[in-house]
Write a protein that binds this ligand. Structure first.
Ligand SMILES: *Cc1c(COP(=O)(O)O)cnc(C)c1O
Length: 403
């Protein structure tokens, strides 16, 4: 059967993006994974266990919900793919379940991960508790302070949260610490990366685990609309894993527009942004050749977005390829527009979306479409974690009214 996605070549490239640019000392770890991931995950016993956990533990299939009031407002048929209803509240658990099963088959007993906002850390700590493996999550010291509730969840789940104290003390520093740990513990440790980033085979492997999103969308749309394909899929992009999953089974179907929404932060030209496809140039970050925000001499530019999940200076190589080849359209959305959209969606449908996801909804303002168009939005996660930010926003709105 033809692969429904876009296959990476042997060395892990999508066109000229991807690959595995890693220090020599990491080569054995990556090679072990690369040599095994396709065969192990294609094994019927693996699939059976993966599917059973997605069903009974995560709660899949996630509903494809026809959003009546949003549809009336936007003037299109809007469906929401409800990844927010998954256990732990976002799409990230699809990937961590897949990787923990793979780690077990590779005979690993110790799991490490990096996390920024803490969502991937929580999803990793959760699956480690599920199978009883040791879990160490690296997190920037600054993020540990900013994301206290998720730190508490990880500790409750039995994970050790190790602070990264170098550099800006945020995600990229936590990633460096995790890589250092892996180099020192190649035998017993698996590194669970949380998005479609990093050296080959991670981008392809994570995209495949997340592809369950569009696999379900196909039959769910068939039931509701009589056809498997929508006219457009909209998803927010940090590293790009929920977008990769939502796009996957439509990548080769040119009838489907693929819309990748990035965080513009305070504005694309403000110097405080994370709109990688606009501001990025080709380079190497965390082991792959992709688009990233860098200075002329190759130093990584600190990204900014109000949403911690989109606050990443690169995008996965698949998305760099899709955008570069014009298969996907990139749209950027500011903090302000995302907050507006979050409030609007909440009050129109009674669903509080994650701030990351709110960026995807705000994209409607910038798109053209007709009333019969079927548009699927990947509702990547729920907004409980963002309530402090939303509360501040509501207070600001109230103050503005009083002026
Ligand atoms: C982490 C996260 C994202 C961004 O990550 P991707 O890999 O781009 O999907 C988006 N939405 C939510 C809810 C997240 O937790």
């Amino acid at each position: 059967m033809k692969n429904p996605g876009i296959d990476v070549d042997e060395r892990g490239y999508y066109g000229r993006f991807g690959g595995a640019y890693i220090p020599e000392m990491l080569h054995p770890n990556i090679e072990e994974l690369r040599a095994n991931y396709r065969e192990m995950t294609a094994d019927p016993a693996f699939k059976k266990e993966f599917d059973a956990l997605l069903r009974d533990y995560v709660g899949r299939p996630s509903p494809l919900y026809y959003a009546k009031r949003l549809s009336e407002h936007y003037g299109a048929k809007v469906y929401l793919k409800r990844e927010d209803l998954n256990h732990t509240g976002a799409h990230k658990i699809n990937n961590t379940i897949g990787q923990i099963l793979l780690a077990q088959r590779l005979g690993k007993t110790r799991i490490i991960a990096e996390t920024g906002a803490g969502q991937h850390g929580v999803a990793t700590a959760t699956v480690c508790a599920l199978v009883g493996l040791e879990c160490i999550v690296y997190m920037g010291e600054v993020d540990i302070e900013r994301q206290a509730p998720n730190v508490a969840r990880m500790r409750m789940l039995g994970a050790e949260v190790r602070p990264a104290r170098s550099g800006s003390k945020t995600l990229k520093d936590a990633t460096n610490e995790a890589i250092r740990d892996w180099i020192n513990n190649p035998e017993n440790t698996h590194y669970i990366i949380g998005s479609v980033v990093g050296p080959h085979p991670y981008p392809d492997m994570v995209a495949r685990f997340q592809s369950v999103i569009s696999e379900e969308t196909k039959w769910q749309l068939k039931e509701k609309e009589g056809r498997e394909h929508p006219d457009a899929v909209i998803a927010c992009v940090g590293g790009g894993s929920n977008a990769a999953g939502a796009f996957y089974h439509y990548l080769n179907d040119e009838r489907v527009r693929l819309i990748a929404v990035e965080a513009a932060g305070l504005g694309v030209d403000s110097g405080e942004s994370a709109a990688t496809s606009v501001l990025g140039t080709e380079g190497i970050i965390h082991g792959s050749r992709t688009l990233l925000m860098q200075t002329d001499d190759g130093q990584i530019v600190e990204p900014y977005s109000i949403s911690a999940g989109l606050d990443y200076p690169g995008i996965g190589p698949l998305h760099a390829f899709l955008i570069d080849s014009k298969r996907a359209e990139a749209i950027s959305v500011t903090d302000e527009k995302a907050l507006e959209a979050a409030l609007f969606v909440t009050r129109t449908e009674g669903i509080i979306p994650a701030l990351e996801t709110a960026h995807a909804f705000a994209a409607f303002e910038q798109l053209e479409y007709g009333p019969e168009d079927v548009i699927v939005v990947c509702l990547s996660g729920r907004g409980d974690k963002d309530l402090a930010t939303f509360t501040k926003y509501l207070d600001q709105l109230k103050d503005r009214d009083h002026e």
